[in-house]
Design a protein around this ligand. Structure first.
Ligand code: NDP
Length: 311
């Protein structure tokens, strides 16, 4: 049997040499090419791949998306229907997401923005509510690899947590809601709204004026899903009116966020450059090898993308 041939490609993030080094360490017997130097590959590891990769590698047995989100690869429509798209599942990202979200929850709950502003004015003023130490209720949209872990970790930290997903989930210490019919009820009791959804036709623009108005006044938004989940003008209007007290935003419709975007300078907004969870090369490569080996043995693999629903 000839050695497996793997092609590695990435648009925008310079990770190809590091991925190949790590794969070579794990599977020295496989052959590796970096795109565009590949013809006749068995598997492709890709991030935003061009159509040409699949045109000259039509025999690929699988295209592994080097990340959890598949909106980019699906929107490019470059992978022919007969080649399965397999995404990374957690692979070291869920823990980072939990850290990111917990940071946002605590930032809001413990008035860190206010204390930061006060420090600049050398102002000593306490805002803790000693009589009634109420903690915000955290509502996580999406209870998959990322959202499920985030919800559990925040609940373990002592916050009341609720979660919302398409199908019904059962997560310990998390009050679970599902489907459109329960969305409004989920929102009405959520003080910190955390978006961990995939971007699909049903979730695009889901953080809009109607959604934000269903939250209790003074809510906080954490978006680490995708920028197109938010209608930015609606988020800015909610911040302006006080319906939203603040936001921690990692993803934007246009990335990098344009210099003239009002979110950059809004005093109640923290902008991060799509770093809530980066793909750790070691964990990712270990998972990729495992998936390829399973496929080679003819076994089922998890993480196969259902193109009809978009995740
Ligand atoms: P999963 O596919 O594991 O989970 C998706 C969750 O969203 C599921 O619980 C699913 O419900 C739910 N969902 C999907 N559509 C709907 C809908 N219409 N209504 C309600 N719930 C819905 O994805 P991951 O957790 O691995 O990743 C989620 C997203 O996180 C990625 O797609 C990506 O956009 C983003 N991400 C961002 C990163 C960053 O650094 N900012 C890094 C990594 C990921 P059900 O369980 O019922 O199917």
């Amino acid at each position: 049997m000839s050695a497996l041939r793997i092609v590695v490609q990435s648009t925008g993030i310079d990770v190809v040499p590091a991925i190949i080094d790590e794969l070579r360490r794990l599977k020295p017997e496989w052959l590796y090419d970096s795109w565009p130097n590949a013809i006749g590959a068995d598997y492709a590891i890709v991030w935003k791949p061009p159509r040409a990769l699949f045109e000259i590698n039509a025999q690929l047995k699988g295209s592994i998306n080097y990340g959890a989100g598949v909106d980019a690869i699906l929107s490019m429509a470059s992978v022919p229907a007969h080649i399965p798209i397999i995404r990374l599942e957690d692979a070291g990202m869920a823990q980072q997401m939990a850290e990111y979200a917990l940071y946002g929850v605590i930032h809001h709950h413990r008035h860190m923005r206010v204390y930061g502003a006060q420090q600049r004015e050398r102002m000593w003023q306490q805002h803790e509510d000693r009589a009634n130490l109420q903690r915000p209720v955290v509502g996580v949209m999406g209870l998959g690899e990322m959202g499920g872990h985030v919800a559990k970790k925040i609940a373990a930290f002592g916050y009341a947590v609720r979660g919302w997903s398409k199908s019904r989930h059962d997560v310990s210490n998390v009050r679970c809601f599902s489907g459109e019919s329960e969305f409004d009820r989920f929102l009405r009791g959520t003080n910190v709204l955390v978006c961990m959804l995939p971007l699909t036709e049903s979730t695009r623009g889901i953080i809009n004026a109607k959604t934000l108005s269903a939250l209790p006044r003074g809510a906080f938004l954490i978006n680490a899903g995708r920028g197109a989940h938010m209608i930015e003008a609606d988020v800015l209007a909610a911040l302006q009116s006080g319906q939203l007290d603040g936001a921690l935003l990692d993803v934007f419709d246009a990335e990098p966020l344009p210099k003239d975007n009002a979110l950059w300078t809004h005093p109640n907004v923290i902008v991060t450059p799509h770093i809530a969870a980066t793909t750790p090369i070691r964990d990712a490569c270990a998972q990729i090898v495992e998936k390829i080996e399973r496929m080679e043995r003819g076994e089922a693999v998890s993480g196969v993308v259902d193109r009809s629903i978009g995740y």
